[in-house]
Design a binder for this molecule. Structure first.
Ligand code: ZN
Length: 87
């Protein structure tokens, strides 16, 4: 682990992620960032991309099928197929 940058908290407890970190990680406006406790430290990592397509049934990002603007993951496609067999 090495020091990448330092920032100063403002009066509301906010910091800005330095541009070089956002660019190197490809983090963009609207992405969700997660904070993990790691001993006495806090680890910051991407939680969810803002504009990444997700399965409309379960929210997973590993997609198998797209119908119009709707996307489905492999597990949900299998579930739909199994349900249709018994309809
Ligand atoms: Zn799914």
């Amino acid at each position: 682990m090495f020091l990448m940058a330092t920032q100063t908290l403002d009066e509301l407890g906010r910091i800005a992620l330095p541009a070089k970190i956002r660019q190197s990680k490809k983090w963009e406006s609207g992405d969700s960032i997660a904070f993990y406790e790691l001993g006495d430290s806090i680890l910051i990592n991407l939680y969810e991309k803002a504009h990444e397509p997700k399965c409309i049934m379960c929210g997973k990002a590993e997609l198998d099928m797209h119908i119009g603007k709707f996307s489905f993951c492999t597990a949900c496609v299998a579930l739909i197929k199994s349900e249709l067999k018994f309809a």
